[in-house]
Design a protein around this ligand. Structure first.
Ligand code: AHN
Ligand code: ZN
Length: 316
């Protein structure tokens, strides 16, 4: 009886959240500066303007400098973690994890992360001739980073009550689907060699492909295995804010992404917000020449950023 009542109440609230009039009464106004969709979009463009950010290229080096400088400008204490990492094909990637910390004295910390590199090959492209080209990675890479840069800008105006570490992982996408653990080299390195020891955070949130059109974010199996409470907290907040069409309740797939290594190697409960649908897979621009700024949707960036700001500024 109690379960039934609880259930119907919960579904009632979800319905209300999609109603614009009810929305303002059900969501507590958050005491935080506003997340700007335009500013976030400009952060995507700034990255793609460098070209594809494939490790060992000039565009990658210059973009890394831009990211570190920007995080520092917004008050982050920046650590560059450089490491030579061996890729599946033997290439030594000169990788750089970029870590920015706010309120380092606070032991109550949240980890926000995304990968900043872009893939060396468009191996999912329909055209054979395109498959040796690098991915521009407007969505796959730049979108998650852009949301975090915009959060950094928001924090420069008013800090949340918790400490925050933003980690931009490198060498996530220089992998091969046939070779185990060949993706996510930067996060694997950081999880084994944290920038401060011991590194502790209450939880982590990874962003991956959070700027596409018509996105579906489902709670993936890795997130639900290691950090179900965090996934539920984030998806519930998204529902309250009216984003249930994007943050769906249908089960997600088994996604091996940077969060898998943050969970399994660094022992920090970490979820992934990633555009993926178990029945159709990743968005159709994924690992193709179409992963460009024209296929970025500001509304998606805003929805994800707004959810994050709410979660972050409600923490104590
Ligand atoms: C899997 O395909 C299992 N994970 C994808 C990780 C990834 C690649 N995210 C972006 N590009
Ligand atoms: Zn990718």
């Amino acid at each position: 009886m109690i379960t039934l009542l609880g259930f119907s109440f919960a579904s009632c609230q979800n319905n209300n959240a999609t109603n614009q009039e009810e929305q303002s009464t059900t969501v507590n106004p958050v005491n935080a500066p506003a997340f700007s969709a335009d500013s976030c979009y400009a952060f995507v463009k700034a990255q793609t303007d460098f070209g594809a950010r494939v490790p060992n290229t000039e565009a990658h080096r210059l973009c890394g400098d831009y990211l570190a400088t920007t995080l520092e400008r917004y008050g982050g204490q920046v650590t560059n973690q450089y490491a030579p990492l061996r890729a599946y094909d033997g290439t030594i990637l000169n990788a750089r994890n970029i870590i920015a910390s706010w309120n380092v004295a606070n032991e109550n910390r949240v980890l926000l992360c995304a990968h900043w590199d872009s893939r060396h090959v468009c191996d999912e492209d329909a055209e054979l001739a395109n498959r040796s080209l690098p991915v521009m990675g407007a969505n796959d890479g730049a979108s998650g980073v852009a949301v975090l840069l915009e959060i950094a800008r928001v924090m420069s105006i008013q800090q949340p009550q918790v400490g925050v570490d933003i980690i931009l992982f490198d060498a996530e996408d220089y992998g091969n689907g046939e070779v185990e653990n060949s993706f996510c080299l930067g996060s694997q390195y950081w999880a084994r060699n944290p920038h401060t020891r011991p590194y502790k955070a209450m939880f982590g949130i990874l962003l991956d492909m959070v700027g596409g059109k018509n996105p579906l974010f489902a709670k993936d199996q890795v997130s639900m295995y290691f950090a179900p409470d965090i996934a539920n907290k984030v998806w519930d907040k998204a529902a309250q804010l009216g984003y249930s069409n994007m943050f769906v309740q249908t089960p997600g797939g088994g996604i091996i992404d940077d969060h898998y290594y943050v969970n399994s190697l660094a022992n920090i409960p970490c979820i992934d917000i990633i555009h993926h649908n178990p029945s159709v897979g990743f968005p159709d621009t994924w690992h193709t020449v179409n992963d460009v700024i024209d296929n970025i949707d500001k509304n998606t960036l805003y929805a994800v950023g707004n959810v994050l700001v709410h979660v972050l500024y409600e923490l104590k």
